[in-house]
Design a protein around this ligand. Structure first.
Ligand code: ADP
Ligand code: MG
Length: 672
C-alpha cells in the first residue's frame, strides 16, 4: 500500500466512511496521518467525590446506590442513577441510553469519568464514561487522542483508522533540508507524527507538536520570502498621481480622520506615487476605522483611471462593504459591483464581461474575485480586509491577476512588532493606534448565568432607547448542526422573555448566503432588535447602532476572538456594553476573562493573555482565531515561529537554493 492511496484502501474503511472523512478534508492516507488530535484525554487515579473540582473532567470510583431511573421527556429519554463513595454522592445522568437499566445494579462499583456540576444543590455528572476495574486499569495513565469530529464519524472510528494507517508513516518524505534538521535539532517527522497521535505522556505531545508546528511555520515563511523577492522590487506600473478627489472625499466625511488614519493615508499616497509597487499592511484594532482608509485608496485609484478590487473573508462582510462603498463613492461616479460565490451565474457572466471591458471600477467580493475566470481591464489596487484569513498564496494569486497591482492588507489581529515582521515579511506596516474621538470606552462585565434575567432587563431598556443587541450563542465544536440548533433554540427561548414588539432573529453558518444577507440587511435597517448569532458575525460587521454584545459561554472562546466579537459594539457615539456570561466558576477561566473585562486594547489583551499561559496550555484556546495554520498559533508558539524564521535565514545565508525547496514543498498541508 502507498501513502498516497485513498483511505478506503485501508482495512476497515469502506466507501461510506471515506465520504465522511472527506468532510474533514481527508482523502488519502497521508491526509489521515496529518489529521492531528484536537486534544488528549488523560485517565488518572480516581478522586474523592467530595474533593472533585467542579467543572473539570475527573474520574471517581463509586458504588451504585439506586435503581436506574428512566424518564421520558418529550422525545428525550433521561436515565439517572445515584452513586456514592466514602466521601459523597453524585447523581449520574445520560440521555437516550435506556439500555443502562440493564447495565447497572445496586452495589456494583464502577469508575465514572466526566465533569461534575452543581444542579439544585446536588452534584451531577452528565454522560459519564464508565469502566469496570479491569477496563480502567488498562486506561490508567494513558492519553487518548481526541480528533476533530464530523457528524457520523466517531472518535473511535478515526482512532482505529489512524492505527491502521500508522505503519505507512515511514513512507513519508521529510522535505525540510537535512542541514536544517541537524542545525536546529529537529525531531524526525515520522516520529513526530506517530507521537502526536499516540503519545505516552504530555511531554511527548509537546515535543512532537513542536516539530509539526515548526514545519507549518517554516514552509509559510519560506513561501513568503519568495513572494517578497518577486513583489517588493516590482516597478510601479500604476502611479496614482491625482489625489484631488480623495482629498475632497476626506473633507466631506462626517468626521475628522484620526491621526492614525491620516498617517495611513499619507503612507499609502507615498507608496502609490512611488517608483515601486505598494505592499502595505494596515494594522488597526477593531473599530479604528480601516474601511474609511480603504475607501480613500479605492477612490484615488479609480479617479486615476484604474480598477480596484476589495476582498473580504465572508460573503456577509463583502455584502456590507459593497453597500457601504457604493453609497460612499456614488457621489464620485464610481461604478461598484459585488461578486461572491453565491452570485447567480448569469449575473457573474455579466460582471466578468463588464469587468474585462473596464465598465466596473471597483469589484468587491470574496475569494471569487481571484478565480481564474475573472479578468480585469486594468487592475491597479487590491485591498484585502481582515487578511488573516487570506494566506500568502491568495495574495500571490491576486497580484498575478493584474500587472503587479498595489496591495493593501487590513488586519485587526494585534501582533507584536517582532512577530509581525516575520508573519508579514513582505509588507510594510502602518499601525493605527488611536480610536475615533467620539467613542466612549465599552463597559464590560463578566457574570454567571444567574445574571441572565438582569441582562435581559437591561437589553429591554436599551431596545427601548432605540438600540440593538447581539447575543452570541454557545459554540459547539463537535457538530455544526448542533451549533445551528443552539442558535435557533436560544432565539425561541427569548420569545418567551421579551414582549412581542421586540423583534428577535438569528444567524448561523449553515444558512444560505441569501438568507444571511437578508438578516444582516434587516439588522442594519433596524427591523431586528436582537440578533442571536454564532461567531459568523465575528469579523468586520459594522452596525454603529448596536450597543450590547452578550456572549454566552464566554469561557469557550479565545480572548482574541472575544475581543473581535466585542468590537461589534462601541462603533458609534452611544455608550456600549459587553456582557460576558461565564458558564464555569473555574478560577483560570475567570482570570482570563478578567483581562478583557479590564482592557479594551487588543495589543494589551494579547500580551496579558500570553503571560497567563504556561507551556502546558498548548491545547488551550487558539489565540489567533482563523490565522493560517492548522496547529501552530503565533502567540502560543511565538518561540517556534522565531526558530523557523532563523532556519530560513540560515538557508538563505548558506546559499541554499530556496526556489527548488519551494517547488517541492506540499501546499496541501500548509495553508498558504
Ligand atoms: P474597523 O477598523 O473595525 O474595520 P470600521 O472601518 O468598520 O472599523 O469603522 C467603524 C465605524 O467607525 C464606522 O461606522 C465608521 O464610519 C466610523 N469611523 C471611522 N473613522 C472614524 C473617525 N475618524 N471618526 C468617527 N467615526 C469614524
Ligand atoms: Mg473592518
Amino acid at each position: 500500500m502507498n501513502i498516497t492511496d485513498r483511505i478506503d484502501s485501508l482495512k476497515g474503511i469502506g466507501p461510506k466512511t471515506a465520504v465522511l472523512f472527506e468532510k474533514l478534508k481527508v482523502h488519502t492516507i497521508d491526509d489521515l496521518l496529518r489529521l492531528y488530535p484536537r486534544t488528549y484525554l488523560s485517565y488518572d487515579e480516581p478522586v474523592d467525590i467530595e474533593q472533585a473540582e467542579i467543572g473539570t473532567r475527573v474520574t471517581i470510583k463509586a458504588t451504585i446506590q439506586s435503581y436506574v431511573d428512566v424518564k421520558k421527556i418529550r422525545s428525550l429519554m433521561i436515565v439517572t442513577c445515584m452513586v456514592k463513595d466514602g466521601t459523597g454522592a453524585v447523581k449520574l445522568t445520560w440521555f437516550n441510553s435506556p439500555f443502562l437499566k440493564q447495565v447497572f445494579h445496586i452495589g456494583q462499583t464502577y469508575y465514572f469519568v466526566g465533569t461534575i456540576s452543581i444542579r439544585n444543590h446536588q452534584r451531577v455528572m452528565e454522560h459519564p464514561e464508565y469502566y469496570t476495574d479491569a477496563q480502567y486499569a488498562e486506561k490508567l495513565s494513558s492519553l487518548q487522542p481526541v480528533y476533530p469530529l464530523t457528524e457520523g464519524l466517531s472518535n473511535k472510528v478515526i482512532t482505529k483508522a489512524i492505527h491502521a494507517a500508522l505503519p505507512l508513516v515511514s513512507q513519508l518524505e521529510d522535505k525540510v533540508p537535512e542541514k536544517v534538521q541537524e542545525e536546529f535539532g529537529l525531531m524526525p517527522l515520522e516520529y513526530a507524527i506517530q507521537g502526536s497521535h499516540f503519545p505516552e505522556n504530555f511531554d511527548e505531545v509537546l515535543a512532537c507538536r513542536e516539530r509539526l508546528v515548526f514545519d507549518e511555520f517554516f514552509w509559510f515563511i519560506l513561501h513568503m520570502r519568495m513572494l517578497r523577492e518577486r513583489t517588493v522590487k516590482a516597478q510601479n506600473h500604476f502611479v496614482i498621481k491625482n489625489w484631488k478627489n480623495a482629498d475632497a472625499f476626506i473633507d466631506e466625511l462626517p468626521f475628522e480622520l484620526t491621526d492614525g488614519q491620516k498617517n495611513a493615508v499619507s503612507e499609502i499616497q507615498k507608496d502609490m506615487t512611488g517608483s515601486t509597487v505598494m505592499n502595505r499592511l494596515i494594522q488597526g484594532d477593531v473599530g479604528s476605522g480601516k474601511t474609511a482608509v480603504a475607501e480613500i485608496a479605492l477612490l484615488a485609484t479609480v479617479k486615476n483611471g484604474y480598477q480596484a478590487a476589495f476582498m473580504a473573508p465572508t460573503e456577509v462582510l463583502a455584502a456590507q462593504h459593497y453597500e457601504g462603498v457604493k453609497k460612499d463613492l456614488k457621489p464620485y461616479g464610481v461604478r461598484v459591483e459585488l461578486l461572491v460565490g453565491s452570485t447567480k451565474l448569469s449575473e457573474k457572466r455579466r460582471i466578468y464581461d463588464a469587468l474585462a471591458k473596464g465598465e466596473i471600477d471597483v469589484l468587491i467580493g470574496t475569494h471569487a474575485l481571484i478565480q481564474e475566470k475573472v479578468v480585469y481591464h486594468n487592475l491597479a489596487l487590491v485591498i484585502t480586509d481582515e487578511q488573516h484569513r487570506f494566506g500568502v498564496r491568495q495574495r500571490a494569486l491576486l497580484s498575478e491577476k493584474g500587472n503587479e497591482p498595489h496591495v493593501l492588507v487590513m488586519s485587526a489581529t494585534p501582533i507584536p512588532r517582532t512577530l509581525a515582521i516575520i508573519m508579514y515579511g513582505d509588507l510594510d506596516i502602518s499601525v493605527m493606534k488611536d480610536m475615533p474621538a467620539n467613542r466612549l470606552p465599552i463597559k464590560n462585565c463578566v457574570v454567571g448565568p444567574k445574571y441572565r434575567p438582569t441582562a435581559y432587563k437591561f437589553m429591554q431598556e436599551q431596545i427601548h432607547a432605540g438600540h440593538q443587541i447581539y447575543i452570541i450563542c454557545p459554540m459547539v465544536e463537535a457538530s455544526e448542526n448542533v451549533e445551528a440548533e443552539n442558535v435557533v433554540e436560544y432565539q425561541e427561548s427569548l420569545l418567551d422573555v421579551f414582549p412581542k414588539e421586540v423583534h428577535i432573529s438569528y444567524l448561523h453558518g449553515k444558512m444560505s448566503p441569501e438568507e444571511k444577507n437578508r438578516i444582516m440587511h434587516e439588522f442594519a435597517e433596524k427591523k431586528i432588535d436582537i440578533l442571536v448569532s454564532t461567531t459568523v458575525i465575528e469579523v468586520g460587521i459594522n452596525n454603529p447602532n448596536a450597543t450590547v454584545m452578550m456572549i454566552e459561554n464566554a469561557e469557550k472562546f479565545g480572548l482574541a476572538q472575544l475581543h473581535q466579537l466585542r468590537g461589534r459594539v462601541g462603533r458609534g457615539d452611544a455608550q456600549s456594553y459587553c456582557i460576558m456570561l461565564c458558564g464555569t466558576e473555574r478560577k483560570d477561566a475567570l482570570e482570563r476573562l478578567n483581562i478583557l473585562n479590564t482592557s479594551n486594547d487588543g495589543f494589551c489583551i494579547a500580551n496579558e493573555d500570553l503571560k497567563l499561559r504556561g507551556p502546558g496550555d498548548f491545547f488551550g484556546v487558539r489565540q489567533s482565531g482563523d490565522m493560517l495554520f492548522q496547529m501552530g498559533d503565533i502567540y502560543n508558539n511565538a518561540d517556534v515561529l522565531k526558530i523557523a524564521n532563523e532556519a530560513v535565514d540560515y538557508l538563505e545565508r548558506t546559499g541554499y537554493p530556496l526556489e527548488e525547496l519551494v517547488a517541492i514543498s506540499d501546499f496541501n498541508h500548509v495553508q498558504l
